[in-house]
Design a protein around this ligand. Structure first.
Ligand code: COA
Length: 378
């Protein structure tokens, strides 16, 4: 018996082009959403505008933006049945329950309360994308407040998604400046071509499953430390290193033991991740402002050492860790914050996948035994 396979095997699908997309592009060290550079959007746009851009292919005019903001405000609050169900569930969770496992479960539960859940019409998909994006802040905030024995806060209309995300998590009204930094972080994480969780989204969509199933699968993929989970791992690493004097030893040992240094390296960017450069500026500013400068200094030291010794550079998760931590977000909520942003990109890719769908069904080259014969257990 022979099996024929065409094409080379690309472990991790490195360099494989699996679909065409008009959503985002990575060319050398330039990331664009729908043709706009990430630097341009981070400087001038809001996360709401970027959501509209990714879903509709163009930036909104004033009326479209106002309408979108109103819709986000309307959908940001959790329905009371859902809220009570999830609140009680969080109270009953074992101590130390992981926030990303909660996110996977809570987003899945949202599907039971979505009136469009099984409607695959493009208009229904857009409504679901909007609801999912609007509610993530309240979901993360609920978890953080309830696990600390407090009542969850309600989102405040007219403030925006970034402002509310910080408010719902920290319980404090953020300054205009911090809300803007949060907004920029959300913009920078919103989409990234065919990364692991976005590919997961498209694979699930390709079987004509539903949007909630696709984004729940994506949350599972994002959780891993080689993907979005790296931001939480970066903060753990910085806290473990603790002082600049310990940084050399930590990196040298990691290299000698062939351990990955979190937040460093990238499959696609070999000349640096443009998002990391923007976040580094905010990391420097915020760590100085909040008396956590040692974490920035350790980060820069690791960044330089990894570049010198391995030719590797920081990715988006490296400096985002100190940005989030400076603004009072607990380390284990960094990856849920990533969900709050990447939800927009996942939904955009779901829409695009369904515009021109074909089921993803690659092959696996079989290397096991053949010709075995069944015999009854003796
Ligand atoms: N620390 C130490 N060495 C690293 C490294 C890191 N963070 N990232 C890559 N390398 C090394 C590998 O050990 C390998 O070295 P070798 O050729 O001597 O064996 C080489 O660089 C290639 O790495 P590889 O893991 O094959 O690259 P990849 O394209 O499969 O993986 C990542 C890309 C991002 C998963 C990888 O760089 C990584 O694990 N980084 C840390 C986790 C992280 O920050 N993830 C967030 C990504 S946005």
């Amino acid at each position: 018996m022979t099996e024929e396979y065409s094409g080379a095997i690309n472990k991790g699908l490195e360099g494989v082009v699996a679909c065409t997309t008009k959503i985002s592009s990575i060319i050398d060290a330039t990331l664009c959403y729908r043709g706009y550079t990430i630097e341009d959007l981070a400087e001038h746009a809001t996360f709401e505008e970027v959501s509209y851009l990714l879903w509709n292919g163009q930036l909104p005019n004033k009326a479209q933006l106002e309408n979108l903001k109103k819709e986000f405000d309307k959908e940001a609050t959790l329905n009371s049945d859902f809220l009570n169900l999830v609140k009680d569930s969080v109270k009953g969770l074992p101590k130390g329950a992981a926030p990303m496992d909660y996110m996977r479960t809570a987003v899945s539960l949202l599907s039971f309360y979505d009136p469009d859940v099984n409607d695959g019409h493009p208009d229904a998909v857009k409504r679901k994308a909007l609801r999912l994006t609007a509610k993530i802040g309240a979901l993360i905030g609920l978890f953080e407040q309830v696990r600390n024995g407090r009542e969850p806060l309600s989102p405040i209309s007219g403030k925006g998604l970034g402002w509310n995300l910080l408010y719902l998590i920290t319980g404090k009204e953020p300054s205009k400046e911090w809300a803007r930094i949060m907004d920029v972080a959300l913009i920078l994480h919103a989409d990234h071509e065919l990364n692991c969780s976005t590919f997961t989204t498209r694979v699930i969509c390709s079987s004509l499953s539903d949007l909630h199933s696709a984004v729940v699968g994506a949350i599972g993929a994002l959780k891993g430390p080689l993907h979005g989970g790296a931001n939480t791992a970066v903060m753990e690493m910085l806290e473990e290193i603790a002082t600049l004097e310990n940084a050399d030893k930590f990196v040298e040992e990691a290299i000698a033991d062939k351990k990955k240094v979190m937040g460093i390296g990238h499959r696609v960017y070999k000349n640096g991740d443009p998002r990391a450069k923007i976040l580094q500026r905010y990391s420097k500013q915020l760590t100085q402002e909040t008396g956590k400068k040692q974490f920035y200094d350790i980060s820069v030291h690791i960044d330089n050492m990894m570049n010198e010794k391995k030719g590797l550079m920081p990715n988006v998760d490296f400096y985002s860790a100190t940005v989030y931590s400076s603004m009072g977000i607990p380390g284990d909520l960094f990856t849920p914050v990533f969900v709050a942003s990447r939800m927009v990109g996942w939904c955009a890719h779901a829409m695009e996948q369904w515009e021109n769908n074909r089921i993803y069904r690659p092959r696996g080259k079989y290397e096991g035994p053949i010709g075995l014969k069944y015999s009854q257990p003796k």
